[in-house]
Design a protein around this ligand. Sequence first.
Ligand code: NAD
Length: 262
Amino acid sequence: MATSPAPIEISRAAERIASARQLVVLSGAGISTESGIPDFRSPGGIWSRYDPNEFTFQRFCASAETRRRYWEMGAGLYPLLRAAEPNPAHRALAAFERRGGLRRIITQNIDGLHQRAGTSPQKIIEIHGTALAVACLSCERRRDRDEVQARFAAGDLDPRCECGGLLKPATISFGQAMPERETAQAFADAAAADVFLVVGSSLVVFPAASLPGVALEHGASLLIVNREETPYDANAVVVLRGSAGALLASIARELALPLEDA
Ligand code: NAD
């Protein structure tokens, strides 16, 4: 178990954030565990209960049985996502925007909690999409996920679009192409950052994991808030190990920023 960071480390992180003119944040599943959404890789995480190889994009497209299993997994996980509330870490990032200097939050998360915490939608890039919407893989029409999960619960085990296309939650699955515009924007933001803050990511899933390297190459200072070690810790000016909620709330306090309820 990591010991709590010293107050001096919190102050150093706060100073960097206060002086940032182009603050770019990369958030991962770890920022939302305190909202009750499990991450993928920690013990008890989603991949300890489901096999990721079963849910590749190719298998989803090829097999009605995989689609049924996928919607069944969604029946368990989606209500958790829908009911989750932003925690102090999401709210601290929203406060950083109100203070000024926030260029972007690039999130690997699919839970919509940055928006719910009050961060402006145009400041957020969801590079892995969103679990709150469903998209047709043929005509690309989007709809609310509630409607499709309800159809599944009522016995429609392979829900289709009116056009006949396959419906899939609007997340990026293993084997599925990353969204071009969002990915290009995320790399441009990383290159433009003067301070790059990672919150709750193991930094092992690409291409998101290459963003801190791009920021460093372009001269940004790297700050990392995560419970465990990451491959970039040695390159960071400050590494804060521990709870993202408590640590970001401490930084916001140091900057005299109130955390508003969402
Ligand atoms: P990950 O599961 O690989 O890593 C999460 C990291 O967060 C771990 O290193 C863990 O130690 C740390 N962590 C967990 N709880 C923390 C806390 N309270 N405070 C600080 N650190 C904490 O997640 P990842 O790197 O984001 O990548 C996995 C993929 O999982 C992403 O692609 C994302 O799309 C998806 N995912 C999203 C959600 C969500 O939307 N909330 C949940 C699970 C997985």
